[in-house]
Design a binder for this molecule. Structure first.
Ligand code: NAD
Ligand code: LMR
Length: 328
């Protein structure tokens, strides 16, 4: 017997990430090749955006995806999020050349307050929320704080792009396949302060740290390359990353919904005090996922260099949080 369709809301559906994301959701890459989906697509109530959304929906129609059980266009989060089981909050103003993600804070805070309230009012009580729109951690924090009737753990921020970027850099450095790298962690904010940490990582059981054995490369090449990758792509393309961001969103939701078989991935999730991070800070942690739930990997030793990196990214996140306090 075929499965009952689930509702997937996507905001910013006519944007560049939306264009790289929707077709993969509808083809079953996110929730499984046996899971029908109904897409509830939100765009701003502006004619140009709504027209562009119509065009994307025509293309979705033209793919004749067997798993696409329905599709709706919305301009109001109160209807777009009705009964939704999954919400991918992509729509936001992206940064351009020379801007830091923090510059987007004020512009985007209002969007995520309104969307958090709408999720609180009309979404499924089990909705899984992924915030992609930048600054992703703080936008996720705002949405979570604006939805007091939903469990805080249902709100997450996308650190998976940083995780995937770090995997690729390690694969290139060690000459080993990406898929062979286990137990990578990325701590903190989706920003240049994030701390990609390969101290626990292994390849075929061997320690990645011992294989690389180069703290100068770690501090002066690896961390800046991963941390500044978004800016490097903006400098090269003139617009921010889209296909790799959509890919990371698929990875994040798929693993959350379908599990990681014990493997570690990185998710931005509200802290419950793990590793000394104050409660509710939306922090990148190594997690495992099973039965539709994530669990933070606990008990990892934090050395002095790592603690310094974690303190730095935490301070930035707390600064962002302070900057939006008045809106909550
Ligand atoms: P884009 O400008 O191409 O598309 C954004 C779309 O969102 C636009 O169509 C716009 O009309 C829509 N939008 C704006 N406000 C909205 C609202 N309130 N409700 C619904 N839709 C709204 O941008 P993009 O390249 O798709 O990027 C989207 C966001 O994702 C940006 O904030 C970008 O910085 C961020 N991003 C995050 C990551 C990450 O790793 N977390 C990676 C890449 C991009
Ligand atoms: C990225 O990391 O590519 C995105 O967050 C876009 C950006 O502004 O850097």
């Amino acid at each position: 017997m075929s499965k009952k369709p689930v509702r997937v809301a996507v905001t910013g559906a006519a944007g560049q990430i939306g264009y790289a994301l929707l077709f993969r959701i509808a083809s079953g890459e996110m929730l499984g090749k046996d899971q029908p989906v109904i897409l509830q697509l939100l765009e701003v109530p502006v004619e140009k955006a709504q027209e562009a959304l119509k065009g994307v929906m025509m293309e979705l129609d033209d793919c004749a995806f067997p798993l696409l059980a329905g599709m709706e266009a919305h301009s109001d989060p109160m209807t777009a999020f009705k009964d939704t089981d999954y919400a991918l909050l992509v729509g936001a103003r992206p940064r351009g050349p020379g801007m830091e993600r923090a510059d987007l804070l004020a512009a985007n805070a209002q969007i995520f307050t309104a969307q958090g309230k709408a999720l609180n009012a009309v979404a499924s009580r089990n909705v899984k929320v992924l915030v992609v729109g930048n600054p992703a951690n703080t936008n996720a924090y705002i949405a979570m704080k604006s939805a007091p009737d939903l469990p805080a753990k249902n709100f997450t921020a996308m650190l998976r792009l940083d995780h995937n970027r770090a995997l690729s850099q390690i694969a290139a450095k060690t000459g080993k396949p990406v898929a062979s790298i286990q137990k990578l962690a990325v701590w903190g904010n989706h920003s240049p302060t994030m701390y990609a940490d390969y101290r626990f990582a292994t390849i075929d059981g061997a320690s990645v740290k011992d294989m690389i054995n180069d703290q100068v490369w770690n501090a002066e090449t690896f961390l800046p390359t991963v941390g500044k990758r978004g800016a490097a792509i903006i400098a090269a393309r003139g617009v921010s990353s889209a296909a790799s961001a959509a890919n990371a969103a698929i990875d994040h939701m798929r693993d959350w919904a379908l599990g990681t078989n014990g493997g570690w991935v990185t998710m931005g999730v509200p802290s419950k005090g793990e590793y000394g991070i104050p409660k509710e800070v939306m922090f990148g942690y190594p997690v495992t996922c099973a039965n539709g739930e994530y669990s933070i990997v606990e008990g990892l030793p934090i050395d002095a260099f790592s603690q310094e990196c974690i303190n730095k990214t935490l301070a930035e996140l707390q600064g962002e949080q302070d900057g939006v306090k008045h809106l909550l």
